[in-house]
Design a protein around this ligand. Structure first.
Ligand code: SF4
Length: 378
């Protein structure tokens, strides 16, 4: 088997960034960038990272789906294709969503609160969640969406122009626009901008470790603690996500977890208890967890929204198991979205929706008892 690793040195990357800024479109190690015409838009393609030739075709090793593709075949995430025996990503420099969001929207509650994140997404996803809120862009390919031409250097300059502290790779699934996210994050880091990853965490260890060298914070969806539910709800497996959580944490990326509670699917309190117990036992007791409220959408439109009492019970269960920072999400006005000192109970950050209405932290400490509150605060 032949591997195409695309490893580059920092010096080489910086040289290439200068070339990029000068209008030469090739970034190093990823092959030629080609412009072609999509159904609605111009699309770009770049040689994919982590591809491997096998007897059955070209394998993509970015996520656990490990698609093996023959000439002309499109990947499961709909944005990778084999052209003349080389795997290309079609999701590069062509985001279909570009917005400025409060960092709280990711949600990241312990990472630069009150700042803005320049947020981008291309079309495509490696899972197929029945409850996807962004299905219109996640369950399609970049040739079917209305895109903006925005190369990595332009993302960085737009981020600076809009006075954002970070770039967020978000909305659809950034694992599937890995090359675009990686190159942009590398340039952003050189410019002193932070990078945040909002993801399903469905990624193989090797590409994830490489990604962690340029990512500062991540919010990962832990969709369920039951393998069969994971498969039926999203088409994925639980274990790779648990492995990813450990890698993010071990590589020093600030991590928060989202667990969406869907009535009849992921609202079993015994399972939530098991999940919290696993998190505590595996060293995540200081990792914030967000129990998010489900609203009927996509293929689960027939279900009711999650009752707020169920979310409140999940918060209590998580705290009882030993998790320190537990929040509800998608429940505006719920005081369980505020940050309290786990030592003395003082209300430290008060939120209204995505807005910070009070911040009583003294640096990174509780202003009353002096306990250090985990997070990246400024
Ligand atoms: S990132 Fe896409 S092409 Fe690669 S293995 Fe995952 S689903 Fe397949």
């Amino acid at each position: 088997m032949e591997r195409r690793e695309n490893k580059i040195s920092k010096r080489k990357f910086i040289r290439q960034c200068a070339a990029l800024s000068a209008g030469m479109l090739c970034l190093p190690g990823h092959g030629l960038l080609v412009e072609s015409s999509g159904e609605n838009q111009n699309t770009f393609r770049r040689e994919a990272m982590f591809q491997e030739k096998t007897a059955r075709g070209i394998m993509c090793r970015i996520c656990p789906n490990e698609c093996v593709l023959k000439e002309g075949e499109l990947s499961q995430c709909r944005n990778r294709k084999v052209i003349r025996s080389v795997l290309y990503t079609l999701a590069y420099g062509n985001p279909c969503s570009v917005n400025v969001d409060p960092i709280e929207k990711k949600p990241l509650y312990h990472f630069l609160p009150g700042t803005r994140a320049f947020s981008i997404a291309t079309a495509g996803c490696n899972l197929a969640c029945l409850n996807c809120q962004n299905w219109a862009i996640s369950q399609t390919g970049p040739d079917k969406t209305r895109n903006i031409n925005l190369m990595p250097d332009k993302v960085v300059s737009e981020c600076l122009a809009k006075n954002c502290s970070s770039i967020a790779y978000t909305y659809s699934e950034p694992v599937t626009f890995y090359e675009y996210a990686f190159d942009t994050a590398f340039l952003a880091k050189l410019a002193g901008i932070r990078n945040v990853f909002k993801s399903n965490g469905y990624i193989n260890p090797e590409p994830l470790r490489k990604l962690c060298t340029v990512i500062d914070a991540a919010n990962i969806d832990l969709k369920s603690f039951n393998d069969s539910t994971y498969l039926r709800l999203s088409g994925g497996k639980l274990q790779p996500v648990l492995d990813s959580l450990r890698i993010f944490r071990d590589m020093g990326v600030w991590l928060e977890i989202t667990n969406l509670i869907i009535p009849g699917w992921t609202d079993d309190m015994d399972e939530i208890k098991k999940m919290c117990n696993w998190l505590v036992k595996n060293g995540f007791s200081n990792t914030p967890i967000h129990f998010s409220r489900f609203y009927p959408t996509y293929k689960l439109e027939q279900l009711p929204p999650t009752p707020v009492e169920v979310l409140n019970t999940a918060v209590k269960t998580a705290r009882d198991e030993g998790l320190q920072y537990v929040y509800t999400g998608n429940v505006p006005g719920n005081e369980l979205s505020n940050t309290k000192c786990p030592e003395c109970g003082t209300e430290l950050i008060v939120r209204q929706g995505y807005r910070i209405v009070a911040n009583n932290l003294a640096g990174s400490k509780c202003s009353k008892c002096g306990k250090v509150i985990d997070g990246i605060w400024g």
